[in-house]
Every structure is written in structure tokens, then in C-alpha cells.
Design a protein around this ligand. Structure first.
Ligand code: PGA
Length: 260
């Protein structure tokens, strides 16, 4: 059975003080469970400016650190950007790539997202690649076309053997921050289509092991019903990751076994 993965995307929220308090509550709660039995694995993705202090505060805890974005470039005259090498310097193990908010507000394209994916991997940072359809696309029955199109674009450009080192997060845009979660069946349907795509491009064992997270208004109260679906391997959590109790409640729900 694979461990589930619970990732907190704090977005542009909090202060130094509140970030330190939040991470302290999270690690205090889960550290005693460290060992073979712990499930799930946890990642927190705070705002970039707090990464370094949180890294120190976490002091090699079982919770891993992730960034919310990375530059596609290695170094140079790219004002305001942060490279994968810099993130590695402060012990970031994960980075969110291609979140729908960055696609929408920062003009990120599948091509630039693919370059970010490669930049992260080159520093041994696991990219968490976000894909997801708009409400219009869902209502026009184009969900799979959009989601698989976003995945294929990145997979074709980075190559299957590199792609397998990433994590995928399916996040329907209409469910992000809206309180509207995809039903477990709706989410599973898309996750199964993603798994089928992976199976067609990668060795089956690897395709089965790749983590496919669900994101979009995941809360402690709906997490268990999502996690029992066979292709949902964890969650990318926005709003509910800002409250330790809610975030850890989602983690509790992730201790349930897979049904397959
Ligand atoms: P949400 O955000 O949980 O607040 O819907 C999820 C995300 O954007 O990753």
C-alpha cells in the first residue's frame, strides 16, 4: 500500500509569526508518529519569503518543505524570480508547478510549465504538476480533453522517463477556493483517466505508483470520501491547510487504506 501525500498550499497568506506557529502545531502533532507506521506523508508550501525560517524551525521533521513556484531559468537577469538551485539551498523537496492561479494571473503556459518541471527535477526537487478544467470546459463535456491535454503537453516535452518523477495534482478550477468539491465519483473518473494515460506511456508498475492528488475545497469533513477512491493518492489543500486542526484532520482521513 502506498502512503498518501497531503500537501498544504498556503498561497499568499499569513505572516512570519503565524507561519511559524502553524508549522509548529503541525510538526508537534505528527512527529511522535514518525517511523514505518506513519501515513500519510506531509508537505507544506509557504510563501517563498518564509521558506528559510520554516526550514530551520522544522529542523529535519518528517514534514517536507515545498515552494509554490520556481523559475524556469537557472540564474541571471530575471528580476523577482527564484531558481530551483536556490530552493534546493534551503532544503525544498517539492515545488508546485502550473497552479491554475499562475496559469490565469501570470500567463503560464504548458511550455513554460514543462521548463519549470525540468528545472525542478535537475535539482532533485519533486514537481507537483497541477492540471484542471474550467467550469465552462466541464459543462461542455471537455474535462478529459483539457486535463489530458495539459498532461500530454508536459509529458511530451519533458519525456516519459523524467515525467515519472513528478506528482500530479488534479484540481478542477471551479472547485478551488469555492467550497464546491468535486464529488468523489467525479474526481475518481478524472483520476482514472489520468492513470490510464500514464499506463499507456510508462511501465505499468511505475504508472500505478505515480501519485495523483486531488485538490479543490478539500476539508477534514470530505477528505475520507475522496481518499477511499482507488486512484486518489492524496490531496493538495489550499484554504484548509491554513488551520492546523483542519489540515491534520485531512491527514487523519488519509490513514485509511486504499480499496485496491
Ligand atoms: P482550496 O485550494 O483547497 O482552497 O480549494 C486548493 C488549491 O488551490 O491548491
Amino acid at each position: 500500500m502506498k502512503h498518501k501525500l497531503i500537501v498544504g498550499n498556503w498561497k499568499m497568506n499569513g505572516s512570519m509569526q503565524s507561519s511559524l506557529e502553524l508549522v509548529d502545531k503541525i510538526i508537534t502533532h505528527i512527529s511522535p508518529a514518525f517511523g514505518d507506521k506513519i501515513s500519510p506523508h506531509y508537505v507544506v508550501c509557504p510563501p517563498t519569503v518564509y521558506l528559510q525560517d520554516l526550514n530551520k524551525a522544522m529542523n529535519k521533521s518528517v514534514v517536507k518543505l515545498g515552494a509554490q513556484d520556481v523559475s524556469e531559468y537557472n540564474n541571471g537577469a530575471y528580476t523577482g524570480q527564484v531558481s530551483a538551485e536556490m530552493l534546493k539551498d534551503i532544503d525544498c523537496d517539492y515545488v508546485i508547478i502550473g497552479h491554475s492561479e499562475r496559469r490565469q494571473y501570470c500567463g503560464e503556459t504548458d511550455a513554460s510549465i514543462a521548463r519549470k518541471f525540468l528545472a525542478a527535477l535537475a535539482q532533485n526537487i519533486t514537481p507537483i504538476l497541477c492540471v484542471g478544467e474550467s467550469l465552462e470546459a466541464r459543462e461542455a463535456n471537455q474535462t478529459e480533453q483539457v486535463v489530458l491535454g495539459q498532461l500530454n503537453a508536459v509529458m511530451d516535452s519533458v519525456g516519459a522517463e523524467k515525467f515519472e518523477h513528478g506528482v500530479i495534482a488534479y484540481e478542477p478550477i471551479w472547485a478551488i477556493g469555492t467550497g464546491k468539491t468535486a464529488s468523489p465519483e467525479q474526481a475518481q473518473e478524472v483520476h482514472a483517466a489520468i492513470r490510464t494515460l500514464l499506463m499507456s506511456k510508462l511501465p505499468k508498475e511505475i504508472a500505478k505508483k505515480m501519485m495523483i492528488l486531488y485538490g479543490g475545497s478539500v476539508k477534514a469533513s470530505n477528505a475520507a470520501s475522496l481518499f477511499i477512491m482507488s486512484d486518489i493518492d492524496g490531496a493538495l489543500v489550499g484554504g484548509a491547510s491554513l488551520d492546523a486542526k483542519d489540515f491534520l484532520g485531512i491527514g487523519e482521513a488519509a490513514k485509511m487504506p486504499h480499496t485496491n
